[in-house]
Ligand binder design. Structure first.
Ligand code: GDP
Length: 297
């Protein structure tokens, strides 16, 4: 997803490296090119502005120019800026599990974002950590979505809540949580109904389920390939739901990845996982340093 950005940045740094001795003007010029590269990759403008302001601050004075390898210093400044943009190295990643099980995890997002697949991927990940996991679909309008979750749960080797026709989403949430309590589940993952566009009914239903379920994690699943739309979706959901983190799917796709890079800075929410394939084990814990490293090639 970041290939184009990687190519652009490495050509900026190669040119800089070829110069040996750098003037302040060279550094300024390189940062200007980094700015253009980020904008072309679709990183949101305010995020780029902040990135460049901080990079300039770090590069000011003679420190960079006088250093043994000035070009490397510019690369380091860019790397540090990317890590910071992505939430920093110290940001708590992975899931917050309740000390008092069952932990409730609520999945939210637009239809087609990869929400149901991600719910099952999380189920598999937790099962590998020896947690007893129950998946429940609350998508009462799309029986196929309920079937899909049940099928994926079987693939992941975890249980799914038996489907009862005619129940409302809040009632299914209650039934899932009481089943989880009675049957000693460690984690119950509630997959809320998605719509193709942001709509009031979807938001208020998800908000009601959040009130009922009191989740330890409310994760927004967003499709990285939808660019700035994914950023707008995340902002809109965050206004209505107490989100605790983001999952960016289709990080394996070949769109411009800059919007995904903006998500953390724009929403203030940590990116917790990256969806990296259609397969049930295609979910990576998000690591800002690793992603920044990969972008710099
Ligand atoms: P939902 O409507 O949000 O529940 O979306 P689904 O979970 O049904 O996913 C929609 C499609 O995206 C399915 O074909 C998934 O296999 C696919 N998908 C989900 N996550 C990823 C991912 O990280 N990478 C790729 N390549 N495909 C994904």
């Amino acid at each position: 997803m970041f290939d184009a950005l990687t190519d652009r940045l490495s050509s900026v740094f190669d040119r800089l490296g070829g110069k040996g001795v750098l003037s302040e003007k060279d550094v300024d010029e390189a940062l200007r090119e980094v700015r253009v590269a980020l904008l072309e990759a679709d990183v949101a403008l305010p995020v780029v502005r902040e990135f460049i302001a901080k990079a300039k601050e770090r590069a000011t004075g003679e420190a960079v120019i006088r250093s043994v390898r000035p070009a490397d210093q510019v690369v380091k400044i860019t790397y540090d800026g990317l890590v910071e943009m992505l939430g920093g190295e110290g940001e708590a990643v992975g899931l917050n599990l309740s000390l008092n099980p069952p932990t409730v995890i609520l999945m939210a997002g637009l239809q087609g974002s990869g929400k149901t697949t991600t719910a099952a991927k999380l189920g598999l990940r937790l099962a590998k950590e020896r947690k007893k996991v129950l998946l429940a679909s609350l998508d009462t309008r799309r029986p196929a979505a309920m079937e899909q979750l049940a099928t994926l749960a079987t693939q992941a080797g975890v249980d799914s809540l038996p489907i009862v026709a005619g129940q409302s989403a809040p009632d299914i949430a209650k039934r899932a949580i009481s089943a989880a309590k009675l049957q000693g589940y460690d984690v119950v993952i509630l997959d809320t109904a998605g719509r193709t566009t942001l709509d009031e009914a979807m938001m208020s239903e998800a908000a009601e389920i959040a009130r009922i379920g009191n989740p330890s994690e409310t994760l927004l699943v967003a499709d990285s390939l939808t660019g700035q739309d994914a950023v707008r979706t995340a902002k809109a959901f965050h206004e209505r739901l107490p989100l605790t983190g983001l999952v960016l799917t289709r990080a394996d796709g070949d769109g411009r990845g800059g919007a995904a890079l903006s998500m953390r800075a724009v929403t203030g929410l940590p990116i917790k996982f990256l969806g990296v394939s259609e397969k049930i084990d295609g979910l990576d814990v998000f690591d800002a340093a690793r992603v920044a490293g990969r972008i710099l090639g």
